[in-house]
Ligand binder design. Structure first.
Ligand code: ADP
Length: 492
């Protein structure tokens, strides 16, 4: 059963090149996040089917890794081209099951395809080294090999891009892959798999097992304990990341973790005011604030703070909220009732501790999981939204007086994914770039995601980098061969 999406959109899981049901035939519903209506049902799988998918990936590994990088690249490029050709259908599906405005979904599909393109190329440049030897009769060479069978667990906020950001480097490096997409958004992952199949990805090289929320832990446990699996890549909450890391430790399995953030967004008096305002809007309200790099705490220097807060509130109040499929909509629904409850809790806590509401603050009159774009002023470090990721459309501001103070405040969080700074002072650009404890710094920009740069965090935001030339490193083993050489016969 599938309503309202392109007819080719699969609703079965994908294992060993076959489209399959769960063994017990159980399925779970995927809903349209704007209306709550069921749009399709996908298999609710368990550890048993996951094990089978891992076996399929293991069986497919020798032939896949034996291909040249160029042969693998050709398939990945074809896959990207198919995604771009079907961009409208993929974007519509993404908006239906995730909620973000269609324009953002279109951008995500292009972003998702860009990882296939980038790593198709990068896979051809997995260079080794020849190292000057430590003894005259030795030679040392270093080469890098695809790590083997890998697993990925992805979140719902970027249901297509998080899939390719992991699968593309894995496949390019000669690994085979088993994916568990988020329960809220499995259809986008299955659609990506269908296009991979069309592009010529051999059966077993890329597999997708789906499960409902209750089944995720069981599948995660299989992925992290199965001895065939050499690496697990995860994007999601810090809490789940810690569980997976503990499980991987038990089996000495490699893991990369792209976890939660609590991004500071810092605006100095000397900033380009209009640019900073635009940056804050896009950085905060894109995807309804449901990105791990969304501005969570906005620090504005005292001289412009009041004017900036008023301007941001005015612009936020003007955002058009509605179904992502409607033209002109700038903010869609939140992913779930739980997400709305968290946003409400953060706002109530902040208000109870003295923050002032400048706009929004309530569920939207559209009902469902729609929420008003909200601006709060006068937050402090004690408030829940200063220590935990809000993941919703709440811009929370506070004034600051000087650079040292704001660096201290910005770094006063367990997280370290993204940070943003607006200043026209060139020396400050360098000082802040170095002082901020985050894997990514947006300097005079609120948009920082691209396949050509290394995405990832520090502290409780995890480790590992995705995208860029660094992104391939997580998917290879470094091997060094020490070659002893004897003198030519009879010449010693
Ligand atoms: P969020 O709270 O944003 O949904 P999660 O970390 O719970 O973030 O979810 C991200 C991904 O992790 C989803 O695919 C989800 O199904 C999966 N997941 C959640 N809990 C576990 C777990 N214990 N083991 C493995 N995967 C999990």
């Amino acid at each position: 059963m599938l309503t309202d999406v392109a007819p080719w959109t699969p609703t079965d899981a994908y294992v060993g090149g076959d489209w399959v049901e769960a063994d017990e035939g159980r399925r779970f519903a995927v809903t349209n996040k704007a209306t709550g209506e069921v749009i399709g049902e996908v298999p609710s799988m368990t550890a048993v089917e996951t094990r089978r998918a891992i076996e399929a990936a293991e069986a497919a590994l020798p032939a896949w890794r034996a291909r040249t990088a160029a042969q693998r690249a050709e398939i990945l490029q074809r896959w990207a081209a198919l995604m771009l050709k079907q961009r409208d259908e993929l974007a519509r599906l993404l908006t239906l099951e995730q909620g973000k405005p269609l324009a953002e979904s279109q951008a995500e599909i292009a972003y998702a395809a860009s990882f296939l393109q980038w790593f198709a190329e990068e896979g051809r440049r997995i260079y080794g080294d020849i190292i000057p030897p430590h003894q005259p009769d030795k030679r040392i060479m270093v080469f890098k090999q695809g790590i083997g069978v890998a697993c990925g667990i992805t979140p719902w906020n970027f249901p297509s891009a998080m899939v390719t950001r992991k699968a593309a480097p894995a496949l390019a490096a000669g690994c085979t892959f088993v994916l568990k997409p988020a329960e809220y958004t499995p259809l986008s992952a299955l659609a990506v798999a269908a296009l991979g199949e069309q592009a010529g990805v051999p059966g077993g090289v890329f597999n997708v097992v789906t499960c409902d929320k209750a089944g995720a832990a069981e599948i995660g446990a299989e992925m992290t304990s199965n001895p065939v699996v050499r690496k697990v890549a995860f994007t999601g909450s810090t809490a789940t990341g810690k569980i997976l890391m503990k499980q991987c430790a038990e089996h000495m399995k490699r893991i990369s973790l792209e976890l939660g953030g609590n991004a500071p967004f810092i605006v100095f008096d000397d900033a380009d005011f209009a640019a900073a305002l635009e940056g804050a809007l896009i950085c905060k309200f894109r995807n309804s604030g449901q990105t791990c790099i969304s501005a969570n705490r906005i620090f504005v220097q005292r001289g412009i703070h009041a004017r900036f807060a008023a301007a941001l509130a005015e612009r936020a109040a003007d955002l058009t909220v509605g179904s992502g499929l409607e033209s002109g909509v700038q903010q869609g629904p939140l992913i779930s009732p739980d997400a709305v409850a968290k946003v409400e809790r953060h706002i109530a806590d902040a208000q109870a501790r003295g923050a002032r509401l400048l706009t929004g603050g309530r569920r939207h009159t559209l009902g469902g999981t729609f929420f008003e774009p909200t601006v709060l002023d006068g937050i402090d470090q004690e408030m829940e939204l200063s220590s935990a990721e809000t993941f919703g459309p709440v811009a929370a501001l506070r004034p600051f007086d000087n650079e040292d103070e704001v660096i201290r405040l910005a770094n006063d969080t367990p997280y370290g994914l993204a940070a943003y700074v607006y200043t026209e002072n060139n020396s400050r650009v360098w000082r802040l770039s170095e002082a901020l404890e985050s894997g990514i710094v947006g300097m005079n920009t609120g948009l920082i995601s691209t396949e050509v740069a290394p995405f990832g965090g520090m502290k409780h935001s995890g480790f590992g980098r995705e995208g860029s030339k660094y992104g391939i490193e997580d998917w290879v083993e470094v091997k060094y061969v020490c070659v002893g050489i004897r003198p030519a016969e009879g010449e010693a």
